[in-house]
Ligand binder design. Structure first.
Ligand code: AMP
Length: 633
């Protein structure tokens, strides 16, 4: 085999000899009982991987390394918010996870029960996730930046027996209290968790609900020496759910299995991240997002690497902090998002050259389009390869990138790369569903059944929604839609051209415009509202809201309008959290709609971005866009 077709062959084998290919990958993890069947694809669009196999994510991520390399670093926690730093070896991590697992068991948490984790970036969050994996409970991590309404929705959907939380997070030196948001969310939710386990960092006051709230330090003490074995789970049992936004106001619980996820991550660590046991991985994401699940917690630990869990900003105490950590902990693989790099770009580039980065093999960036100037700036600044990778909460690991662990491949600016092994990629015409054969022709990115291991099994509690949302939108074919537009070049490199639905991407975070609209609508003076994503230099996109007021006299003067805008935006802060906050709320007297009442979102977005709004023959009131144009003039 020549060097030039090694990846092509690897990819083809993953599709044409699927079972053989994945059976080999399955050897990257330990099984208590080996699988009897590699893939059960008999009930499309569902797929079951490694059927009959019994394994455990925590065993593979923690115990087997504690057994073989007890004193090796596992978790490196750094908080520049509180000035703390703590390193746990694999043996120490296992002991903490067992304590957490013992607490959960003592509170009646059983296999299959849900545990909701609403926490800042502290080690206890990792212990909680791994403890769930250990006993077969299903974790559902909710990003700490979400507020009470978002949290309540997720509590109702997951119906957790236990919630694990903390008194507060901290951002830019400012304490962000959690407990009152959690109490408010539980009040709003119909489902009431039996127990709430609180980690007290001593950052914020907490009120205590008797009989429900438990103190983590006291419970840990009580279970200090308890041993909790890993539960051997069938590969297709549920490891976790993670909520993500779509086109409705109701977030979807992306549900993942145990064995498929473990194999997929272990394989990605080898083939994509070129990970080596004993080295250090540093992902700057948050455990509340999929990158945090796959590449702060599970992926690096499965590979026997130390993982850096970082609480803080990329620019505090100064813009050299990340690189200082790379030097100090000899980080070999780093993972971040383009937005974070764009934030760094505002600081002195001398910070990039201040530290010894010789341990670093590559910086992976994902979550949003990586623009060429940002990619060039960082790659020249740190002198290391930058690897763009494209994926989604649903897939759990990269769909498109380059697999340097299989064959070193060139990267192309503007392209995340080629289809990864296991993903039977299709680029299709949105109207006919037919494959797009030619290079550089725009189509929808889709994936043929079965999705590879590690991808979502279904939407939690709603198989019908899984089928309807993801598998029915391409005419005439049952294909998984990514809802992203793209093109492919002659060499099989893809270029992403943006979402085909109403999902927007703010600083690498996926937000549903519908959720923001619903929150803004709850203000008593809002008659109608439209939210669109508008291009932004720093965040990629920001949410821009257009509101028709019931009583416009409340915003008659510019001062009143500004005050009213602030008041309306506050709704989003309180209900969804600051992550979802629109950049602006602009007042108009009419929204651009078709005569049948459909909002002309793309036209609205185009006008905001100074582009041609396209065909407007169906618009009901042409003055609507003129108003928006005037606002942006
Ligand atoms: P999330 O599930 O929140 O990670 O969001 C996934 C979406 O983010 C994808 O469907 C894309 O729209 C976008 N996305 C993620 N990674 C990339 C990338 N490398 N390039 C372009 N868009 C990306």
């Amino acid at each position: 085999m020549t060097a030039s077709n090694r990846y092509a062959d690897f990819y083809r084998r993953s599709i044409d000899q699927r079972d053989e290919f994945w059976a080999e990958q399955a050897e990257l993890i330990e099984w208590q009982t080996p699988p009897q069947q590699v893939c059960d694809a008999s009930n499309p669009p569902f797929a079951r991987w490694f059927v009959g196999g019994r394994t455990n994510l925590c065993h593979n991520a923690v115990d087997r390394h504690a057994r073989d390399h007890a004193s090796r670093r596992a978790l490196i926690w750094v908080s520049t918010e509180t000035g703390q730093e703590k390193v746990y070896s694999f043996a120490e991590l296992q002991a903490e996870v067992e304590r957490m697992a013992a607490i959960m068991l003592a509170q009646g948490v059983q296999r299959g029960d849900r545990v909701l984790v609403y926490m800042p970036m502290i080690p206890e969050a990792a212990f909680a996730m791994l403890a769930c994996a250990r006993i077969g409970a299903i974790h559902s991590v909710v990003f700490g930046g979400f507020a009470s309404v978002s949290l309540a929705q997720r509590i109702d959907d997951a119906a957790p027996k236990l919630i694990v939380s903390a008194d507060a997070g901290s951002r830019s030196g400012k304490v962000v209290p959690y407990k009152h948001l959690l109490d408010e969310a539980i009040k709003l939710a119909t489902h009431k968790p039996a127990r709430v386990l609180m980690v007290n960092r001593g950052l914020a006051e907490m009120s205590r609900v008797d009989g429900r709230d438990l103190d983590y330090a006291a419970e840990r003490e009580r279970h200090l020496n308890e041993r909790v074995p890993c539960a051997w789970l069938e590969s297709n049992e549920v490891s976790y759910t993670l909520y993500t936004s779509g086109t409705t106001g109701r977030p979807k619980g992306v549900q993942r299995d145990v064995g498929g996820y473990a194999v997929a991550l272990a394989a990605s660590m080898k083939h994509i991240f070129c990970a080596k046991p004993g080295e250090t991985y540093f992902s700057t994401s948050d455990i509340g997002w999929v990158v945090g699940h796959s590449y702060i917690i599970y992926g690096p630990l499965l590979a026997g690497m130390a993982t850096v869990m970082y609480e803080g900003l990329p620019t505090r105490p100064d813009a050299g902090i990340w690189w200082q950590l790379v030097e100090k902990y000899k980080v070999s693989v780093m993972f971040s998002a383009p937005t974070a790099v764009r934030v760094l770009k505002k600081s002195d580039p001398a910070f990039l050259a201040k530290y010894d980065l010789s341990s670093l093999q590559a910086l992976f960036l994902a979550g949003e389009p990586l623009d060429e100037p940002t990619a060039r700036w960082i790659s020249e600044g740190i002198g290391r390869p930058i690897i763009d990778n494209y994926w989604q909460t649903e897939t759990g690991w990269p769909i498109l990138t380059v697999a340097n662990g299989v064959e070193s491949a060139k990267s192309k600016f503007g392209s995340p790369g080629k289809a990864m092994y296991g993903f039977d990629m299709k680029l299709v015409d949105e109207n006919t569903g037919e494959d797009i054969a030619g290079a550089h022709q725009k189509g929808l990115l889709a994936i043929a059944h079965p999705l590879p291991p590690g991808c979502l099994q279904t939407v939690w509690g709603d198989d019908e929604r899984f089928v309807k949302t993801y598998w029915t939108s391409i005419p005439g074919r049952q294909l998984y839609s990514t809802f992203d537009w793209g093109v492919r070049d002659e060499e099989g490199y893809y270029f992403i051209l943006g979402r085909s639905d109403d999902v927007i991407n703010v600083a690498g975070h996926r937000l549903g415009t519908r959720e923001i609209e619903e929150s803004l609508s709850s203000h008593p003076n809002v008659a109608e509202v439209a939210v669109v994503g508008v291009a932004d230099q720093l965040k990629g996109q920001v949410a821009m809201a257009f509101v028709v007021l019931k009583d416009p006299t409340k915003a008659a003067t510019p001062e009143e309008a500004l005050r009213h805008e602030g008041e309306i935006i506050k709704r989003v802060d309180e209900q969804l959290g600051a992550v979802a906050r629109p950049a602006r709320v602009r007042f108009v007297t009419v929204l651009p709609k078709t005569r049948s009442g459909k909002l002309l979102r793309r036209a609205l977005q185009a006008v905001c971005e100074g582009r041609d709004p396209g065909d407007l023959s169906t618009i009901e009131d042409p003055t609507a866009l003129a108003q928006v144009k005037a606002l942006f003039a």
